[in-house]
Design a protein around this ligand. Structure first.
Ligand code: HEC
Length: 214
């Protein structure tokens, strides 16, 4: 076996495969096996609640029909639906949720993503995405206001000239100030992305809003 080149390469190939398996599969499993995965209810925090409450004030009729009162439990339901829409509408074809430690990405989108951010129900499966036609959304929460998102989903170029993002008119009952359950859920989801970080990029702004509102 060791007399032929093919034999040596074959053994080396198996060796490298085992090495990759141990470093990329087995080690991470051992590292994270004791870190429990959080549920949607557990990842609701006052930062996303401030936005959830704001949606209730802005669009009371639609909000109450869709979710009832702005409680933490209903916020978790909105987050679950928002994530399903994110998958179903193919947002991940154009948006990533992973800030890489290269190309100064953290200057545009907040701190480099860490494993901890993905340790919850709303990241199963993870929405890393495959390419970036639009910006990374890992830390989108608080970057825009709820009404900005509503107008943007209704007709992106209204707030972002020349945007190639599609219109999502089925998130509305007719007009940009009439988001339906889907519209409210996807906005809630966006206003949650990144709120688990202590170094949350829009922390101060949201703190100020939350103190006033929630
Ligand atoms: C065809 C590609 C494409 C698809 C599909 C797409 N987007 Fe976008 N999106 C973009 C581009 C390009 C931009 C940047 C221009 C703009 O602001 O509209 C953008 C911008 C955004 C922004 C603004 C980010 C910021 O703060 O500047 C959000 C939020 C967003 N998209 C969410 C979504 C969601 C949610 C979906 C799915 C319902 C979606 N996008 C689907 C291409 C896309």
């Amino acid at each position: 076996m060791f007399e032929s080149k093919a034999g040596i390469l074959g053994i080396a190939g198996i060796g490298f495969f085992l090495f990759a398996f141990i470093s990329n599969v087995w080690t991470p499993i051992l590292m994270y096996k004791d870190v429990t995965e959080k549920t949607a209810e557990e990842v609701v925090n006052y930062r996303v609640m401030a936005h959830f409450g704001d949606l209730n004030r802005r669009y009371p009729e639609a909000f109450q029909e869709a979710f009832g009162e702005p409680t933490e439990e209903n916020c978790a339901a909105a987050l679950r639906l928002g994530r399903q829409l994110y998958i179903g509408e193919g947002c991940w074809h154009c948006h990533s949720q992973f800030v890489r430690p290269v190309s100064n990405e953290s200057k545009r989108w907040g701190p480099v993503s860490t494993a901890e951010e993905y340790q919850n129900e709303l990241q199963r499966p993870v929405m890393f995405g495959t390419r970036r036609v639009g910006p990374d959304l890992s830390h989108e929460a608080g970057r825009r206001s709820n009404d900005w998102h509503a107008v943007h989903f209704f007709d992106p170029p209204l707030v972002s000239p020349d945007s190639p993002m599609p219109k999502y008119t089925w998130f509305f009952d007719g007009a940009p100030n009439k988001p339906n359950k889907r519209g409210l859920a996807i906005i809630t989801y966006l206003q949650w992305l990144g709120t688990s970080l202590d170094s949350y990029p829009y922390y101060e702004q949201v703190n100020a809003d939350a103190e006033e509102d929630y």
